[in-house]
Structures are given as C-alpha cells and as structure tokens.
Ligand binder design. Sequence first.
Ligand code: ZN
Length: 105
Amino acid sequence: MPRAVCTKCNVALKPETNGVAVAETFQGDTKIYKIWHADLWACPGCGMKVILGFADKPEAEHSSENLPEALLYLRKKFAKGEAYFWYERVHALGEKPTEVLEGGE
Ligand SMILES: [Zn+2]
C-alpha cells in the first residue's frame, strides 16, 4: 500500500475509491494514449485528492486490440465520476479537453 502525506495538513492520505480509470493523453491531449487502472486517495484534512497505486501495465494502449473495450470501460467510469485524465501539460480551469472521450472507436 503506498504511503502519502499531505504537506499542508501533515496527515496521511486515505484511500477514497479503489479502481478508478485514468486516461493518459498525447498529441496535445487530443487523443487517448493509455488507459490505466488506479486508486483515488484523499487527505482527510483538506480533501486534496491524488491518484496512486497504478497497475503495472495499462488496461489498453492506443494501438491495442482491446482499445474499444477499454474505451467502453473508461466511459462507464467517467459517467460514474470514477475516471480522470492524465494530461501532458497543465491546463487552465475550464480548458480541460474532455472531448477525447468522444468518438475514437
Ligand atoms: Zn491536507
């Protein structure tokens, strides 16, 4: 189990959701590069959330044969609020390119 401590509250983070989907993007964050399975942790003090506990290998990559199934898994997780993006760069608030979930099958 990973250990993580909030630098603001100085307490250990706690697991919040086991089994979230993480979509790693590429090409200017317009395409899905890899789909990962990981866990969401949160600080019990300030609520800061962080994704830890990534699987050793991604569920799928952009060139994998199982990408359509993995995209379906990602969309279901996204609808449940259990999917996150791993962008190449920092985006301004409101600028997040979530359109990578549309099409692409
Ligand atoms: Zn905190």
